[in-house]
Design a protein around this ligand. Structure first.
Ligand code: IPM
Ligand code: MN
Length: 351
């Protein structure tokens, strides 16, 4: 019997629609080749919808998504709207309300010519960052006092729970077990942020259950340094929400830029969301200039999550092939038209 997956598609703002269109083109190719199907529901949430209706991400839509298999999201953010309003309601809304506690961000270099670091190639850049995705600095506990006056006070709390910390650390150990190097680095800042010693202790305790895994530790400032100096030191890493946000932009550059970096917001066994890690890049909207590879790789991660491992690998191999053969000359916006890249990958998947 043909497998059918229910997918919510949220193209969102800016370049979101263009890159999602190409991601779906590649998904169509996979369905043709691998014989599964997707039933897609397009959801209009984002800036235009908000301006027209005042609605950001309705509860009723979140509830419908709960019964689906996955979400493919393009990008959220628009200069016409207050900074953070839509990002928080839609991206963080989905992450928190669906309890997508893993933000999985692979950093993989396919060809040395796309790495800004000297003498680093695919062998040195192949890591998996497990970013905690529902707590920390993103918990939404903040406030202002005497706003707009010279005596203004502002605060924002980082909140960590034992359960929240433990589940992402366990997930990271399990990911490390699946990889040949079996190394896991804990990245925190427990020397300055003493609340993070909850991370240090939990990591130490859980590590006893995984004697096969080589463990390592780095403070986030040093981790940024090592990412640039010796990226080969990293295999799998686990880190709190905000640090994961920051270090994966750095990682995206090391793997060739925002045009290629994808992510999965995952709750194992439940509906999960896949998206490029780049933003909505309003200056490229509607120009057919944005690189859709990050979204195409998000489709690959989505298929891997759904159990369509062969299709997921085929997308990755196709992207790698086009890069290594030189058919994809650059990962920067404006070099290849958006739709040209989508077509190239789809053809290679079918070929
Ligand atoms: C990301 C983004 C988001 C984040 C923003 C848009 C809220 O930067 O997915 O990395 O900070 O998590
Ligand atoms: Mn980010």
């Amino acid at each position: 019997m043909t497998k059918v997956y229910d997918i919510a598609v949220l193209p969102g703002d800016g370049i979101g629609e263009e890159v999602v269109r190409e991601g779906l083109k590649v998904l169509d190719a996979c369905e043709e080749v691998f014989g599964f199907q997707t039933k897609r529901e397009n959801m209009p949430y984002g800036a235009d919808h908000y301006l027209a209706t005042g609605e950001t991400m309705p509860e009723e839509a979140i509830d419908r998504i709960r019964d689906m298999n996955a979400v493919l999201l393009g990008a959220i953010g628009d200069p016409r709207i207050e900074v953070g309003l839509l990002e928080f309601a839609i991206i963080a809304g989905l992450r928190f309300k669906l309890d997508l506690y893993v933000n999985l961000r692979p950093i993989k270099l396919y060809d040395a010519r796309f790495c800004p670091l000297k003498d680093k190639g695919p062998e040195q850049v192949d890591m998996l960052i497990c970013r905690e995705n529902t707590e920390g600095a993103y918990s939404g506990i903040y406030g202002h006092l005497r706003k707009g006056t010279p005596d203004e006070v502002a605060h924002q709390s980082m909140v960590f729970t034992r359960k929240g910390v433990e589940r992402i650390i366990r997930f990271a150990f399990e990911e490390a077990m699946k990889r040949p190097r079996k190394k896991l680095t804990m990245i925190d800042k427990a020397n300055a942020l003493r609340a993070q010693d909850l991370w240090t202790r939990t990591f130490e305790e859980v590590s006893r259950e995984y004697p096969e895994i080589e463990t390592d530790h780095a403070y986030i400032d040093a981790a940024c340094m090592w990412m640039v100096k010796n990226p080969e030191w990293f295999d799998v890493a686990v880190t709190p929400n905000l640090f994961g946000d920051i270090i994966t932009d750095l990682g995206a550059m090391v793997q060739g830029g925002m045009g290629i970096a994808a992510s999965g917001n995952i709750h194992p066994g439940k509906v999960s969301m896949f998206e490029p890690i780049h933003g909505s890049a309003p200056k490229y909207k509607g120009q057919n200039k944005a690189n859709p590879i990050a979204t195409i790789m998000a489709v690959s991660m989505m298929l891997d999550f759904l159990g369509e491992k062969e299709a997921a690998l085929k997308i990755e191999d196709s992207v790698r092939g086009l890069i290594v053969d030189g058919q994809i000359r650059s990962l920067s916006a404006g070099v290849h038209p958006t739709d040209e890249i989508g077509t190239m990958v789809a053809e290679r998947v079918k070929g």
